[in-house]
Write a protein that binds this ligand. Sequence first.
Ligand code: NAD
Length: 264
Amino acid sequence: MSVSTTSGTVDLRGRTALVTGAAGGIGQACALRLAASGATVRAADRDADGLARLAARAAGTPGLSGRVESCPLDLTDLDAAEAAAHGADILVNNAGLQLVRPIEEFPPETFSTVLTVMLEAPFRLIRGALPHMYGQGWGRIVNVSSVHGLRASAYKSAYVAAKHGLEGLSKVAALEGAARGVTSNCVSPGYVRTPLVERQIADQAAAHGIPAERVVSDLLLADTALKRLVEPEEVAEAVAYLCGPHTSFVTGTTLTMDGGWTAH
Ligand code: NAD
């Protein structure tokens, strides 16, 4: 096989990409980034208003060579999730939710929902996408994990368990897909500037009685060498890179974007 040595441009014209959690921060950035490379993006989310805002934003973005289609979907409906992935060339497992609570106070039903949305649904989405990917000998699975797929933090039992599971699932998909043109990788960021983190900052500021800026500097970024939040567009660029021309030998791995957190 030949690999282009002249250009790192990611050309996804003719490709269909399913991005889950696309109404929100990282997913929205991924949908716009992949559409900018020419993909037809199925933007899946349970937030129909957010999907409408994304569609309007995509329509108003100059130079978008692909397009964004709204796909309202609640991932707790696992059969619907699997069906939504049929025919996708690229699958970005991104949807997620968080609850910060000590284990002894953590509601079991919330633990179950987090595992369903963030681990079981990705399994079903991969399962739904693979027959088409295998049939054409090309597919890209990118799992938006987290530094919490590699490290634990107190009070995040469900989230940490789901993300560690997702890292494992991603590696299994890589091994099974290797001979059939399908790569599977994780992108694992530290704290990203999204609504999910804005909510955590507000909660922790109230809980500790300190200003939001101190929550970021003293709590969230305590273990991070680079003292800033990651931007959603930086994560989206990593996702696009893993779908591009120079990463067909990259599989079963994790692209960690944690500002040095796991270097400790
Ligand atoms: P976000 O809250 O901005 O977006 C998450 C999206 O998932 C929302 O649009 C929400 O509607 C959707 N979603 C949640 N439950 C769903 C369900 N049942 N069915 C369909 N859609 C559902 O969050 P984000 O920060 O953009 O997070 C995106 C991903 O990135 C998550 O997997 C998260 O764990 C991961 N991540 C985030 C950060 C961060 O600091 N923000 C860091 C590391 C990893």
